[in-house]
Design a protein around this ligand. Structure first.
Ligand SMILES: [Zn+2]
Ligand SMILES: [Zn+2]
Length: 342
């Protein structure tokens, strides 16, 4: 099969690999239709996040069941499925505490990082990490389930009280999914984005999703929103701003990935304003089925702006980057392993 493999000098290379074969009784072979490019994938290629050379990358995947092991009863050949890429053992102390995203047996089990992922024609997984796509939900919508699961975990960790205002910093794909989810849960949302393209896209999308209670503003101090009880930094280097935008007794969530970001916090301010700074990782086991269900009710497919076949991966990654001078021109970019209807 064709697959995009990570080289030692951090490039992706289209290679020929053996198609995996179901070995364990609960293995399922999935014919991949498409995979969303995640911020972490870009981080790997620019050296901000470590991954194993030789691995097939990609984790935000959807596809169709192609083969099943003898003990698989909940899935049948031909079922459309979403990959739940945060594998866990279910037996270690972290898993038993429900902290499945920090499973002690993660090494060698991180899809697209140190275990073969979905930028390929096929991927092999245990059946418990596959969820059937609800009827009527397109592959384009389903491909945003994993980012939605991450967002749900982060909003949960903030202790978000539905109905209370949320400020989201950054209107990239994660920021938009975060804004949509928080608004869906009943909170008025302010979305802050400094890039003109992303701000315009966000305004257009949000008008369509929710006619009221979503405000999209730029980074201009004049547009600064009122302090909110929950502030989510989906950029990853905006902690100072986020703390400034949080109400007293508020919570700031550090959600964006930026391994180079540093911030100075003043402990006395944290104490006197009773602020909480929360990190939540990706998502826990139960968030994934919740995200599958919620995605069925949200037109997340509108976030997919670009699609490329595997062999055009360089263009796909280039589309994600902000070009000098003209800013961003894409939201979610997907790599297609097959040409099924989206
Ligand atoms: Zn991801
Ligand atoms: Zn575990």
């Amino acid at each position: 099969m064709r697959a995009l493999v990570l080289t030692a000098d951090r490039r992706l290379e289209l290679a020929e690999r053996d198609r995996p074969q179901p070995k364990a009784p609960r293995d399922v072979l999935v014919r991949v239709v498409q995979t969303g490019i995640c911020g972490t994938d870009r981080s790997v290629l620019v050296g901000k996040f470590a991954a194993e050379p030789g691995v097939i990358m990609g984790h935000e995947a959807v596809g169709e069941v192609a083969e099943i092991g003898p003990d698989v009863t909940d899935l049948a050949i031909g079922d459309r499925v979403i990959v739940n890429p945060t594998l866990y053992c279910g037996r270690c102390i972290r898993c038993l505490r429900g902290q499945t995203n920090f499973c002690h047996r993660k090494t060698g089990n991180e899809i697209g990082i140190d275990r073969d992922g979905s930028y390929a024609e096929y991927i092999l997984l245990e059946d418990r990490f596959l969820h059937r796509i609800p009827d009527g939900v397109s592959y384009d919508r389903a491909v945003l389930t994993e980012p939605l699961a991450c967002v749900l975990n982060n909003l949960d960790s903030a202790g978000l009280t539905p109905g209370e205002p949320v400020t989201v910093i950054g209107a990239g794909p994660i920021g938009l999914v975060c804004a949509v989810a928080a608004r869906h849960l009943g909170s008025p949302v302010t979305l802050i984005e400094r890039d003109d393209f992303r701000r315009d896209q966000a305004r257009e999308l949000m008008k369509e999703f929710f006619p009221s209670d979503v405000t999209v503003v730029g980074a201009d101090p004049a547009d600064r929103p009122d302090r909110a009880p929950t502030v989510v930094d989906t950029v990853g280097n905006q902690l100072d701003t986020a703390l400034d935008l949080a109400d007293d007794v508020g919570t700031v969530v550090a959600m964006g990935y930026d391994s180079r970001a540093e911030a100075t916090v003043r402990p006395l301010e944290i104490l006197q304003r009773q602020l909480r700074i929360v990190g939540a990782g990706d998502y826990r086991g139960p968030h994934f089925p919740r995200a599958v269900e919620m995605a069925a009710r949200l037109p997340l497919e509108r976030l997919v702006t670009h699609r490329f076949p595997l062999e055009r991966h360089e263009e796909a990654f280039a589309a994600l980057a902000a070009s000098n001078g003209s800013g961003y021109s894409a939201l979610k970019v997907v790599l297609q392993s097959a040409e099924d209807a989206q």
